[in-house]
Design a protein around this ligand. Structure first.
Ligand code: SF4
Length: 422
């Protein structure tokens, strides 16, 4: 029986695609093995950040040097084809649009045939089989691609235009997974905010279809939504979020507090749009979780632009923000703009990251004294503690004798930057 190993880089969408490839490889008779022993290694790649890409290329070079059969999947083969071919010409290639062919590709590579499968295709990934890493969490891809053209983004180069998967297929996937013991669903894509634009639907239709058709004890986590779409959907979206099966969790990447920079990024929303969204969420759901993303040091960002980003965080106080130093991605429009010094980017990123740590801790402290239910969804093997999620998807650390998927009552006694403690 041939064996495989998969290493996953990047976002939850990639995690979902690895779970799918795992199931397809097993169907073909492959068995899982550690990378050193596996007959074939799959690197499921990400092209969002330089640092991740360098790590991937380093791992790929080592595989090539050791004469191991290996395949690159994910976004890099589409977004960075030339780099991949130059650095690791022997790597098999199965782009993110063709993961449904991974079983056949792995067989061919092991038979000594070189495989390269590229180009836009439209498999409905929500209907493909999968082997879940976590038996109580199902990550469901709801679409591929997006409707935007953000100038810094290389994911767009790989994923292309929006292709939303049919609502009924996603609903069926949820219903089936509930019977298999899943308690949490992460609806994921490049931008959940534009889901359905190509089918005369929107994300609220999907949420409503799921919650009215799927019975059981489960929760939905709605992944990242570009504020550009959220601002238009607000009343409907907040109404859909009222459902008890929906985590009061919003991931709304604003990227900058300066409208000048947002324009250069081709983000089709303003900083005030984001403020309006946050205010309306909080007036409806006082206890909720808001995450955002910020880029520091985008080309031509002045100190004044940066201060506007800091002020936006101060004013809206999200629970958390991913903070990234801007990094040039080949073939993007932003890569052709006037770049800032690395030192400036680093220094702004550090200032913002420090601020975000304090802000997250302050937000979490507000939960001290809260009591309610959490679903246990993770075990920390190092600390021997369980992690659960409350209705706002806050992470709560508990000690005791529990099991995955169990629902328990807790009282929050303390809080830190990333967790609440009970
Ligand atoms: S919304 Fe913008 S950042 Fe997100 S995948 Fe699309 S182009 Fe990239």
């Amino acid at each position: 029986m041939p064996s495989y190993s998969i290493t996953t880089y990047g976002c939850s969408n990639n995690q979902a695609e690895s779970e799918i490839m795992e199931a397809l490889l097993r169907k073909k008779g492959f068995s899982a093995a550690p990378a050193e022993q596996a007959d074939i290694v799959i690197l499921n790649t990400c092209s969002v950040k330089n640092v991740t890409e360098n790590k991937i290329l380093h791992a790929a070079r080592e595989l090539q040097t050791s004469n191991k059969k290996f395949i690159l999947t994910g976004c890099m083969p589409e977004a960075q084809y030339d780099v991949v071919k130059e650095v690791v010409p022997e790597a098999g290639i199965v782009s993110t649009h063709h993961i449904d062919k991974i079983g056949e590709a792995a067989e061919s590579m092991l038979n000594g045939e070189y495989v390269e499968i590229l180009g836009k295709a439209r498999p409905v990934k929500a209907s493909l089989p999968k082997i879940r890493k976590n038996p109580v969490i199902d990550i469901i891809p709801i679409s591929s691609g997006c409707k935007s053209f953000c100038t810094f983004c290389s994911t767009k180069l790989a994923k292309g235009d929006l292709f939303s998967y049919p609502t009924e297929i996603i609903v069926d996937a949820v219903k089936k997974a509930i019977t298999e013991g899943v308690k949490e669903f992460w609806l994921t894509s490049q931008d959940n905010g534009c889901y359905g634009c190509d089918r005369n639907k929107d994300i609220t239709d999907l949420i409503n279809e799921i919650t009215s058709n799927a019975d059981g004890d489960y929760m939905l986590r709605i992944g990242m939504m570009n504020p550009e779409h959220v601002v238009k959907l607000l009343p409907k979206l907040l109404e859909a979020y009222e459902n008890e099966h929906v985590f009061k969790f919003f991931h709304l990447p604003v990227q900058s507090g300066s409208d000048q920079i947002l324009k250069k990024m081709k983000r089709r929303h303003t900083a005030e749009d984001y403020v309006k969204i946050v205010e309306e969420i909080r007036s409806k759901f006082l206890l909720s979780t808001i995450w955002t993303d910020m880029i520091c040091g985008f080309p031509e960002e002045t100190e004044k632009d940066f201060q506007m980003s800091m002020k936006l965080l101060e004013r809206t106080q999200p629970d958390f923000s991913n903070v990234s130093a801007y990094g040039n991605r080949p073939n993007t429009l932003a890569a052709r703009m006037k770049q800032l010094d690395t030192a400036v980017k680093k220094e702004r990123t550090r200032r913002m990251s420090d601020f975000v740590r304090g802000m997250s801790e302050r937000q979490n402290k507000k939960w001290v004294g809260w009591s309610g239910k959490i679903i246990i969804d993770e075990f920390n093997t190092v600390k021997q503690t369980w992690i659960g999620r409350n209705f706002a998807y806050k992470s709560v650390v508990v000690k005791g004798n529990y099991s995955l998927g169990q629902s328990i009552d807790v009282k929050i006694t303390d809080a830190a930057v990333s967790n609440l403690m009970a």
